[in-house]
Design a protein around this ligand. Sequence first.
Ligand code: GLN
Ligand code: ZN
Length: 741
Amino acid sequence: MRTTILGYPRIGAHRELKFAVEDYWAGRSDAAALTRTARELRRAVWTELRDAGLDTIPSNTFSLYDHMLDTSVLVDAVPDRYRHLTGLDRYFAMARGVPDVPALEMTKWFDTNYHYIVPEIGPGTRFALAEGARAKPIAEYQEARGLGVETRPVLVGPLTYLLLAKAAPDAPAGFRPLDLLDGLVEVYAELLERLAGAGAAWVQLDEPAFVADRTDAETAALARVYRRLAALPSRPRILVASYFGTIGADALRALGTAPVEAVALDFVAGPRNVDVLGSIGGLPRTTVVAGMVDGRNVWRTDVARVKAVLPALLGLSDKVEVSTSCSLLHVPLDLDAETALPADVRGRLAFARQKVAEVVALGRTLDLDAPAPARPRPDPRVRARLDVLDDARRGDRAVRFAAQRARLGLPDLATTTIGSFPQTAALRRARADHKAGRLDDAAYTRAMKDEIARVVRLQEDIGLDVLVHGEPERNDMVQYFAEQLDGYAATEHGWVQSYGTRCVRPPILYGDVSRPRPMTVEWTTYAQSLTNRPVKGMLTGPVTMLAWSFVRDDQPLADTARQVALALRDEIGDLEAAGIGVVQVDEPALRELLPPRRAEHADYLAWAVGAFRLATSGVADATQIHTHMCYAEFGEIIGAIGDLDADVTSVEAARSAMELVGDLRAAGYANGIGPGVYDIHSPRVPSAEEIERNLRAALRAVGPERLWVNPDCGLKTRAYPETEAALRNMVAAARAVRAAP
Ligand code: GLN
Ligand code: ZN
């Protein structure tokens, strides 16, 4: 069987891309140096993939920042505010903004942790194909060819591009980017003709948008677009790639009749793709590029699963090729770079390089050299406890409310923060020195406690009601806990691009999760010992722990979430026993893991909510549970937020606080609400009057005893001067409203 992959990591083995781009931004290097590094990174990937023995190698998977942004530049979907700039200045201004010109919006690429730059399309957008070196897919195809590597340029498909775009702010109501589809398709037509002219035999068009629910009109548009592109007199053969789920039957049929020469289907995230293929009677004239090797996760491929699917496929299509389920952008580059992973865990892993080798081996022999890796040994203690705690929930809300009011003695419009305080250079250095052994445990603990004491004093001085310890000891809200839980491993070099030059190293959840010892109690109780005001303990919720990790795939996510929840439940119990009366369990990723299809939402939300409740329901009525989410557009999860049954929910309030609170109340949410009263993503200090207005608006939808006053997220990325000023204004605003409601 022939072999290929849908995409590859582009940051380099040592994150060369990150450092080259950041050097360029800082003026430490020039465009020529950046171009040289980029060229070298592309060369390394192409030659590596060729030497690995893949039959077809993708190109145009490289990007200086983001492939959606590249596409916007390629088709000249450049909003007017950037047009006075040129070249790299324009490109990076669209990504990050420049003084006076804000950046384009950024958002998550489907349910991954990769973020793309959202195209902004208005009725005035006139698509046109970029010329010369800016026609990046052509330029990179030629560059690879110059190195003797024949490639298949990868493009974001025109439907997915427009479906992920947003209407420009000045577009009339009702305008949809998809309205401009026909114009965009003509640009793609020209691009395909030029790629053919340059010698490209194949092109890949990514249309993952069709694994989500789509309207009939959208599916009809897919049919029309690919019929048009397939009818071009001179073009490369077309591979349409769908991934991250199960493609719609109508969409698949449309591609088959267009006809395009090949369709890529994801048999990892969308095992039901086999049934869809069967339901339309197969694709007798089309090659199926079978995504058998998981591009989203770090596990070695289970050959038994491949052998169960491939024979069925052979009966349903003209030809089958073996591939990854999606681009390998989402996994670290090379397992061989890791030196400290436990041997049994390591034996189960494959990173991008190892996955390419798997694809090649599967193509040659329909087999892998080594047997399927053993499953992790179950931990009977974890399993037994889970069986007992089946449907955990807390007592009556009104009773809890009264008990907490009596215990905490808080004023109306209680003020608090979301957890972290600014992470200074000195703090980061202390953590790094401790990790490297340059700072011993005692000195490290002293440094952290000094910081906690400072942050507690500051909060008392500002006059906040519920204090936090400030999270100085946390590198990252998931990794901090993963490092302390059994069943989790950290990598040394497992970097994955999150957005632009930002890379993350997700921990690997490989086995049954349990908590060998308390994780936060020492820091939290130390903070509480310094003040008479309540200190809020701070934990990361089960769904977020999964969403930002690589997670075992040998049991349902729901089961894994319950194990994490159980560990958190123990931690909350220990905090409570140590006298902590308020605990916040952050779930900023709750919405992220929503499956692409609506029919699957209820199942997901049931286990996600169940895990949160398992974690938080072990406490007394008088112990107050908070949660926090980093988004204001609740949409499909608004009911689930109430089901979490936290006593207080704080959320980002990008729109007005009033609207947000109103929406939540309308959906039946009856507990405390802390709409973020100012945006922490910017250094701007809001005035007390402005915050006061927000609070008064929110009070129209919720009583003062249930309204909380807080910023919209943690403060770790901010500096002290603006943080202190903003919090003082926030407290002044709360006091003003209390005094004259
Ligand atoms: N408690 C965390 C903090 O304040 C929450 C972070 C988040 O919401 N992403 O940093
Ligand atoms: Zn947040």
